[in-house]
Design a protein. Structure first.
Length: 349
């Protein structure tokens, strides 16, 4: 049964999850309540149901778009199909999306929480986790966080967050127990809870504090090198916060040219985050650049929803050349004057 849900572009994912919960429905989205439906969906949407149901943009059935000329158009596989292709990954380059139609799915409560391991076991735990995700059921979505300066920096525990999309305790244990066996478990708070409760409030920085985020993808052959570098970085005193998200599953089964989100075969998406007043951010920039210089030979692309900048290099990382050229052709048709330019900008050709 197809459960179509119409959502205004200005709604937040917390509002959506709360509204759908009484009906036993959900939509694959991000993992933060305060994030807007429009901003997240137009460039991706990696959350707790991503391996089972794909990206948020993979669940868009149609959209209402106000173009640069003021025209209101309907974008779907049947109407304005190139625009429909472009807004699923191309960001806000083509107009203002005032409403989405999503395909929701029935949901149950989910098993959700984190398993903690000592920092000293980071190398074996991370590699074992990445290896296991290749054979884990699609119902299991997971990410790892470590080197958190607010929890000990290089001594901070390695925390593996998991969401099992189902309420059967035996199936959940079968999917999650291999992660528990990766090392010495120092904490485990996984419990059955409503899906809407897995979404968290977004962090609001205090006045004067900035967040600097940078992201990239790792394909299967690069995973060992990337995880080794990140493990070594995390053990250093000046490490950024590091988060590594498992992707694959349903995301990888969508053809790479079906949407403008092009990084379908990546196994991992990882993010580094530094925080502090602007002078601190600037002082730490050489260290961060050195880290990314080490990673550069082994990674590709960038995830637009985890980028603090919008340089030409960022745009080139988000959109491979073939994708960019197709987006530029759509841009020329719907926004030839580049009115919508305050973004990861695709220029009309």
């Amino acid at each position: 049964m197809n459960h179509l849900v119409r959502i205004g572009g200005g709604a937040t994912w917390g509002q959506v999850a709360a509204a759908l919960a009484p009906h036993g429905l959900a939509i694959s989205s991000g993992d933060t309540k305060s994030v807007g439906v429009g901003g997240l969906t137009l460039t991706g949407g990696i959350g707790w149901k991503v391996r089972k149901y794909g990206l948020a943009l993979d669940n868009v059935a149609a959209a209402q778009v106000v173009t640069a000329s003021g025209q209101v158009v309907h974008a779907s596989p049947q109407e304005n199909p190139e625009l429909f292709w472009a807004i699923r990954g191309g960001g806000g380059n083509f107009g203002i999306v005032t409403a989405f139609e999503f395909a929701a799915h029935p949901t149950t409560d989910v098993f959700f929480g984190k398993i903690a391991f000592p920092a000293s076991e980071a190398a074996t735990v991370l590699q074992g986790w990445a290896d296991y995700l290749r054979t884990a059921p699609d119902e299991l979505t997971s990410f790892v966080g470590f080197a958190n300066p607010f929890a000990g920096g290089p001594e901070a525990p390695v925390e593996i967050y998991v969401a099992f999309d189902g309420d059967d305790p035996q199936l959940a244990a079968r999917a999650i127990d291999p992660i528990r066996r990766l090392g010495t478990v120092t904490g485990d708070d996984i419990a059955l809870k409503p899906y809407a409760d897995t979404l968290v409030d977004g962090a609001i920085p205090p006045p004067g504090i900035q967040f600097m985020t940078r992201s990239a993808f790792a394909d299967k052959e690069s995973v060992p090198e990337v995880l080794q570098i990140l493990t070594e970085v995390g053990a250093s005193e000046r490490s950024p916060v590091i988060a590594v998200r498992g992707v694959g599953g349903a995301v990888s089964r969508v053809p790479s040219d079906a949407t403008a989100y092009a990084h379908r075969q990546a196994e991992l998406m990882f993010v580094t985050t530094t925080a502090g007043p602007e002078p601190v951010i600037e002082a730490g920039r050489p260290v961060l650049e050195a880290i990314w210089a080490r990673l550069a030979p082994h990674v590709n692309g960038a995830y637009a929803n985890f980028l603090a900048s919008a340089t030409e290099e960022d745009v080139a990382a988000i959109y491979p050349e073939e994708t960019y050229q197709r987006l530029a052709a759509v841009k020329r048709r719907y926004d030839p004057g580049n009115l919508f330019a305050r973004n990861h900008n695709v220029r009309p050709q």
